[in-house]
Design a protein around this ligand. Structure first.
Ligand SMILES: [Zn+2]
Length: 556
């Protein structure tokens, strides 16, 4: 049997009428009392819809100048609320019969639907459409940036390599240019966020919530923790991680002989220059096969399937959308990874990260229902960030053996330094949605105050926009994906536990990782974490051990 190729995947375009009659047919089957066949039909319908929708999104991302792909994406965007409406109505009906339904689909699926049905009501449909429109104004504003540096014109992502240049004046210039753009658009950025906060608060009130926060948690499908747990976790970061990162930055300052460590020095982790990939795209794709061979036979075989089937698009080219992601086709089971290699170490980070998502999706392809193919985000990011750490022993294949140790050190420091920033982004959003009437200036003051708590080392020098508390405006998640950011920090805490385990027993850690991938999204976050032998980030001590190990390895 030949393995499937990406070009073989196709799914006819659904229509509003077609979806409606498919849902009607499922309802008729349920009315007859044939619960299991109805649920099976619905599962297949959702898989086909998701496969089509993923293909449409991917084709547009691969070439944003393709008018036909753009038209198809617009069609899909317009169809999506109609599909959600039908889906939510059916979930409501099934929840009225939850015991017998749970016996077929599992308890966790039913819990997930509980969160879904409370986040939607036809009364907020116009608000949701408006939220999407206002959010895309932010995306477009950032995408339209044309910035001059080094005699060239680049976009915001194009500043990346300059921002970590070995030459301090180049790094400073990159940050000056970046934040000048935000300063020039400050009024629009404040206005967009103000509208989003008010829209979200309004939707929460219409749905019967006091503020947006509980609605935001439900939209993230969080079923096993709440804001108090997250607040305790942020406190753990403040207690254990903030002092360590402070020591690391102080060591960097003295190593480089600087009088002060400025904001633009934070991205240059390795004084000899952050290690880069050892070769170009083709060389990296080739070398990765050898690296995965040394890690796990299942992972190695899966990688070859992805590579040989054309399930990767990693090269940067004009017209391609920015960023990196993994998408999936639930009718087929083989996922796809997308990236834009730019020759920096980020290529390796993005590649191993997205491969982690892809491997999880593949390993869990035989989970019984579409709800279990992906975990909720904080758990999904363990699979991706976990693979970044588990790739350490063979990373020399990608970065060159002579640079392997420097790469591992840089990656570990980067992971630790991310945590204070990540929890600050989260804490800020809790304050914002608790005070929906705050003025833009008051929001900037909130950020500036929290920043001092979690990143007391920050020295913005002459970057005036940042001194006024504007840094958060470059974080797309704050605008487009509220409360989705703590997820990365929770997952990082778990991924670093895999790192500690892999230093004692690599094969054992890898086995636990593969098993976790196989469980996909079949359980809530903390159940998945505990099943892999990890400590929940909400439990005391989840970070203490990791920080102790990191401090020893990094000698600080
Ligand atoms: Zn990810």
């Amino acid at each position: 049997m030949n393995a499937i190729r990406f070009t073989d995947i196709a799914e006819p375009r659904p229509t509003k009428e077609g979806l409606k009659s498919a849902y009607d047919a499922i309802t008729v089957t349920l009315d007859r009392g044939d619960r299991a066949p109805a649920l099976a039909d619905w599962d297949l319908l959702r898989r086909r819809y998701d496969t089509w929708s993923a293909l449409v999104g991917l084709r547009f991302a691969q070439n944003t100048t393709d008018e036909a792909a753009k038209a198809e994406r617009d069609y899909a965007d317009a169809l999506s609320p109609e599909a959600s409406d039908l889906e939510i109505a059916l979930k409501r009906r099934l929840l009225a019969d939850r015991g017998p339904v749970a016996a077929v689909v599992g308890e966790h699926a039913v819990r997930l639907w509980d969160t879904d049905v409370t986040t939607f009501d036809p009364a907020i449909k116009p608000d949701l459409e408006e939220e999407a429109r206002v959010s895309s104004r932010y995306t477009e504003l950032l995408a339209s940036a044309k910035l001059g540096i080094d005699g060239k014109t680049v976009n915001l992502a194009g500043l990346g390599p300059y921002a970590e240049d070995r030459d301090r004046s180049v790094r400073h210039e990159a940050e000056r240019v970046r934040w000048q753009y935000f300063d020039a658009n400050a009024a629009a950025l404040d206005d967009i966020y103000d509208q989003l906060v008010k829209l979200r608060h309004g939707m929460a009130r219409k749905l019967g919530f006091e503020t947006y926060t509980p609605l935001g948690y439900r939209r993230m499908r969080r079923v096993d923790y709440g804001p108090e747990d997250v607040a305790r976790y942020r406190q753990q970061v403040a207690t254990h991680v903030v002092p360590l990162v402070g020591r690391l930055l102080e060591a960097r300052r003295s190593e480089n002989g600087w009088d002060k460590l400025r904001y633009w020095d934070e991205a240059l982790i390795d004084p000899a220059g952050n290690p880069k990939p050892a070769g170009d795209h083709d060389a990296l794709v080739e070398a990765a096969a050898t690296m995965f061979d040394g890690m796990d036979p299942r992972l190695a075989a899966f990688y070859r399937r992805m590579r040989d089937g054309g399930f990767m698009d990693l090269k940067n080219r004009p017209g391609k959308a920015g960023g990196g992601f993994c998408t999936s086709f639930p009718t087929e089971g083989v996922p796809f990874i997308f990236a834009n290699f730019n020759g920096t170490h980020h290529d390796i980070g993005v590649f191993t990260h997205e491969m982690g998502h892809a491997f999880q999706n593949w390993e869990s392809r035989n989970q019984p229902g579409v709800d279990y193919l992906w975990p909720t985000m904080e758990a999904a990011e363990i699979n991706s960030m976990g693979l970044e750490f588990l790739s350490y022993p063979g990373i020399g294949k990608l970065v060159g053996e002579e640079a392997a140790e420097r790469f591992r050190r840089m990656h570990l420091i980067g992971a630790l330094a991310f945590l204070p920033y990540g929890v600050c982004v989260d804490h800020f959003q809790h304050e914002v949605y608790a005070n929906p009437d705050a003025s833009p200036a008051e929001r900037h003051a909130m950020w500036a105050r929290l920043e001092k708590l979690y990143m007391p080392w920050t020295d913005y020098g002459d970057l005036g926009f940042l001194l006024k508390g504007g840094r958060w405006q470059a974080k797309a998640h704050i605008y487009g994906s509220p409360f989705y950011y703590i997820d990365y920090t929770l997952a990082q805490c778990c991924a670093m536990q895999f790192w500690v385990k892999s230093r004692r027993d690599y094969a054992g850690a890898m086995e636990a990782y593969v098993a976790l991938c196989g469980r996909g999204g079949s359980a809530p976050f903390q159940d998945l974490v505990c099943s892999a032998g990890l400590v929940s980030p909400f439990a005391d001590g989840a970070l203490a051990d990791v920080v102790q190990e990191a401090a020893a390895v990094l000698s600080v």
